[in-house]
Design a protein around this ligand. Sequence first.
Ligand code: FUB
Ligand code: ZN
Length: 633
Amino acid sequence: MAWLRAMRSLPLSNIKITGEFWSVRQDRLVAVTLPHIYDQLAQTPRLDNFRRAAGTEEGPHAGLPFDDSDIYKWLEACAYGLTIRNNPRLSARTDEVIALIENAQMADGYLNTFFQLKHPTMRWKNLNMLHEMYCAGHLFEAAAAWKECMNDERLLEVAVKLAQHISSVFGPNKRRGYCGHEEIEIGLIRLSEVTGDPQYRKFAKWQVEERGKKPSPFEAELQDPEIQALSPWGGTLLRSDEEYNGEYAQDHAPIREHTQIVGHAVRAMYLYTAATELADGEDDAKLETAIETIWGNLTQRRMYITGGIGPSARNEGFTADFDLPNLSAYAETCASCGLILWGHRLLQLSGTSDYADLMERALYNGAISGISLSGDTFFYDNPLESRGGHARKPWFTCACCPPNIARVIGNLGQYVAGISESTFYVHIPCGMEADVDIAGQRVRVIVESNYPWSGKCEIRVESSTPALMSIAVRIPEWSDEMESDLPDAENEADYKDGYAIFRKTWTSEDRLTIDLGLSAKWIEADPRVLDNVGRVALECGPLIYAAESVDNKFPPQLFTADLETEFEFSPVAALDGSFAITVDGWKVPASKSGALYGEADTSAPQPSRLTLIPYATWANRGPSHIQVWLRRP
Ligand code: FUB
Ligand code: ZN
C-alpha cells in the first residue's frame, strides 16, 4: 500500500509548549542560545564573509567552506524562536543578517561566500566535498521557516533566485549533479511547500534518484587535480582500497538498492528524510521497502540506546552492525537531530508510533545532550562513557551542532503533536496548548503534565460548541501498562498503530486522564554489542540515565549494579530539578597491593550506592567520569 501522509504538524504559532521541561529550554533558547550563537557568528568571520562577498568590507573568505550554513540554520532557529517568544534585540539581529545575505547574492542568483571570495572560477565543480548545495539547502529551509512562521518573504526571494540558478545548471537534460552532503533535497521540498510550486520538489526527487547511479559524478571530480586541490581529503573518504565506493556520501548505489545505513551519519539522515517525504503519495513499493529496511538496520543494529548514531569519528558515521563502543562514541549532536527529522517524517506518513518512539529517544537523550542546561555551551560528540576529558564548549571551528539543536528545540511544537482530518495526535505528552481546526471547527486541546518526570497527564478540549473528534495518545514502547480514564465516554478506546484513540463529542467538561506507568527499569543490550556484555543501562520513561562521578565521589566504572535494588528518586537543583535515581550495588575496592598488577582480590565487593542523572544533563557541573552501561552481577 502506498504511503499517504497520515497526519501533519501544526503551524508553530498554533501550539504552545507549557510543560516545564521544555518551556524552560525554549525560554533559554530565545534568551540565551540564539543571542549567543549570533555573537559567535559575529566574532568569527562568518558574518564578515557576507560583507566581503557583498563588497561592503575588504578581505578574503575566512573559515570553513560551509560556514554560511551556520548562519542559515541560526536564522531558521530564530524564525521558530521568535514565533514562540518575544525578543526585540534578537529580532533586530535577524534583520541585520538577512540584509547581509540579500546584499551578498550575485545578480545571477549565485550565493556562497566561500566560492564568491576564494574560488570564483570553481563554482559547481567540487560537488563531492565543498557543500555548495548543502549551504543552499539550509538557506531554503531558513527561507521556508521565515515565510511560514513570520510571514516574511525576504529570505524566500533570495532562496528562490538561488534555486532557479541551481536548476538552470543541473537537472534532467542539463548537467548531472548532486551534493556530497545531502540537505538541498530537504530544502527544495520545503521551498515547494511554501511557494506551492512543484518544480523544486521535482528537482529534489531527481537529485535523490541520480545519487548512486554509475558513474558517479564524484568519480570524475576525484580524478581532476584542480578540483581535488580544493579538498584533498575527498579521495580517502569516498574510496575504499583505491576504488571509488561512495558509501561516505550514500553514493554507493541507487537509493532503492540501499539495504544498510552507511557512511556519514548526518548526510544519511538528511537523504532519507528527503526520500521519505518524496515517497508520500507515490506508489513506490521499492522505495518504501528500502527506506524501511534502512531504518530497521539503523535502529535495531546501529543506534546507541541514547538515540546517538554514527559511532566513528573517522567518517563521522557508521561502521558495522552492533559496533557501538561507548567511550569512543562519536554520536554527533547533528546526527541525532537528523534522526529526529527522519523519524518525524516516517511518523507523519505511516501514522505508526514506533517512529515516534525513536524520535522521542533521540530528542530526550542523544540530541539534547548536545546543549548545556545554561544554553550556551555544547557537545559535538556525545559519548556514553567518559573518563573526565569531555567538556562542553561555547563554540566549535566546525559549528554545525549548536544551531542544529537550536532549531530542533525551537521547532518542538511540530514534533510533539500532529493532526489529521478528525484526529489530534499526542506523540509526546508534554504540557501543551494547541489551537486546531478540526472537524469543521476551531478547538483548543490542552495537555497538562509533568512529563518526563511523571507519566500521568490530563487532556481536555476547549471549544465554543461540542466537538466530535478523536484524540490519539501514543502508547510509548517503554510503557508496560497504560491506563486511561474518560468518564461518560460513548465508546471504549480504540487501539491502532500504537495509539490509544478516544473518539467522542468533546465538551469543556471532559477530562481524559492517562497514566503511562512510567517507572525505572534496567535494560540490557543484544549480546552482539560486545561493549555492553554483562552490563545494564537505566531507563525511566523516555530518559536514559548515566552515572557521573560528581554525584558519586568515585568513577562509576568501579560500580556493579544490584538489579534487585529499590530506586530512590530525588530532584537535583543544579540540574533544573531533573530527577536523579540512586541504586544499590557494589564498588570495586582499592587495590590491596597498590601495585599496577597484583594478585586478584577474592573478597566480596563492598556494598555501595550509585546516583544516576538523565544522560542529557551530564557535564553540566564540569567534566566528569560518566558511564551509561553499568556492570551487572
Ligand atoms: O559537513 C557539514 C557538517 O559538519 C556535517 O553534517 C557534520 O558532520 C560536520 O562535519
Ligand atoms: Zn554537527
